[in-house]
Unconditional design. Sequence first.
Length: 292
Amino acid sequence: SAPAAILSALSAAARGGVLFKGGGAIETLAAVKTFAFDKTGTLTTGRATVNQIVASDGDEDGFLSLLAGVEAHSEHHIAAAILRETAARGLTGVAVTDVSAHPSAGILGRDSLGQVWAGNARMVSAMGATIDNPALTQLEEEARTVVYLGRGPKVLGAVTVADEARATSAPALQALRDSGVRKIVMLTGDRRPVALRIGGELGIAPEDIRAGMLPKDKVDAIGELARDGTVAFVGDGVNDAAALARADVGIAMGAAGSDVALQAADVALLSENMRKLAEAHHLARRTVSIIR
Ligand code: ADP
Ligand code: MG
């Protein structure tokens, strides 16, 4: 049976909004040497805004209506940002059906004229399209996420979206470092310039930032990091379930996290306050030091 110290830690954590799946997760969390973090929606708020808009044919409203029609079928933070922008402009999304998501790339569907898609550079090449408009190429110079919209092999334009680091991320990461965590890394599907901007604000070294990753790349990276000691992965559940499951401790952040994420995780942070993570780590270490 679990020692009294573990049971009391489980209930103290639960009162603070941190749910451990069992006493074992407390012991593993206490042993973590490396924390790997997802970026979007985890280290950042996930509440992105649309910045620039480039519609190749000059019809911004028509372009945004089609983009909204595609993104209406996605659960990604980027989609929510785009839908907020189109709603604020009073635009309605074009009807899009037969939708499939390409994790860490984008989303594909059909409207009345044929195949339409939205996503990043990986999505552009998957669709056999190329970015040949200088106004579009220029969007890549900002440290923002670029979302291209296309029809078949043709790029119709793009928007840039950006969100910001959570106010609680920097102090939480510092608390983890202060309590002896050896390594903090960022694993993201986003572009490297965006990852470097956010990572820089949080004191994550450029060599510990890995960008442009697919969900399976995150899983492989966690396996690699695990060779140097116990690894925790912290994610918000969007495309993260496999990484949460692969880590020694999977930590799902935010009540908004998907059910799949909560199933794959060992620890659930019910709030979006990243300080809860540092508190949980502290509690785990204190508890283990009592029972040993
Ligand atoms: P992260 O690892 O930062 O949480 P994801 O792996 O979820 O990011 O997504 C990686 C990238 O894939 C995004 O930055 C974006 O470029 C692209 N992407 C994913 N889903 C969509 C979508 N619905 N619309 C446009 N782009 C998308
Ligand atoms: Mg994410």
